[in-house]
Design a protein around this ligand. Sequence first.
Ligand SMILES: Nc1ncnc2c1ncn2[C@@H]1O[C@H](COP(=O)(O)OP(=O)(O)OP(=O)(O)O)[C@@H](O)[C@H]1O
Ligand SMILES: Nc1ccn([C@H]2C[C@H](O)[C@@H](COP(=O)(O)O)O2)c(=O)n1
Length: 170
Amino acid sequence: MTERPPRLGRTRLVAVDGPSGAGKSTFAKTLAAQLNATLIPTDHFATWDDPVAWWPRLRAVLDKIAENEEATYRMTDWSEGFPKPGEDRTIRPTEILVVEGVSSARKSIADKLTAAIWVELEDADERLERAVARDGEKSREHLTRWQAFERGWFAVDGTKARADYVVTSS
Ligand SMILES: Nc1ncnc2c1ncn2[C@@H]1O[C@H](COP(=O)(O)OP(=O)(O)OP(=O)(O)O)[C@@H](O)[C@H]1O
Ligand SMILES: Nc1ccn([C@H]2C[C@H](O)[C@@H](COP(=O)(O)O)O2)c(=O)n1
């Protein structure tokens, strides 16, 4: 990854995208630790009612990092299994920034990405069961709705076709 050039100012921005339950968060945590990178999960912005339209708030953070400035945002808190406003988080300029979550590799950020990684697991039922096992049975309805939404999003955005790497979960 460090052989590829930075495209967000001095920062190498790496996006880990793919459908819910495929293993993005798990993969991205390991990747960020190995690269000594800062990790921003899009869960810090998304809520059930706002799956992707929060983007301007994350984009504002990325724009500050591109200017080599620190940036602060209010995290969504999922600790009780539902989204509520959480604490502020400040991100400092960094050599490598990993952004992980559905829509993190969206078309509008493609020219700033050092790498787009697509994490997938073909079996949609298995993905749903993994996500329900993670979040609890009460989340099944939300997750089912979310997975239907993201299918449409990915089809329109064409995310996978732009990926530099495809990681297949097993
Ligand atoms: N390779 C794997 N094999 C089995 N289970 C896995 C694997 N990778 C992740 N999981 C588990 O599957 C669940 C979903 O993984 P994870 O949260 O990383 O996916 P995600 O793509 O980030 O999902 P979401 O978009 O819903 O946040 C978690 O409970 C995780 O521990
Ligand atoms: N513990 C969590 C965290 C997030 N979610 C929601 C947030 C999104 O609506 C959706 C997918 O998140 P992404 O992979 O895009 O970061 O899941 C949740 O239900 N439980």
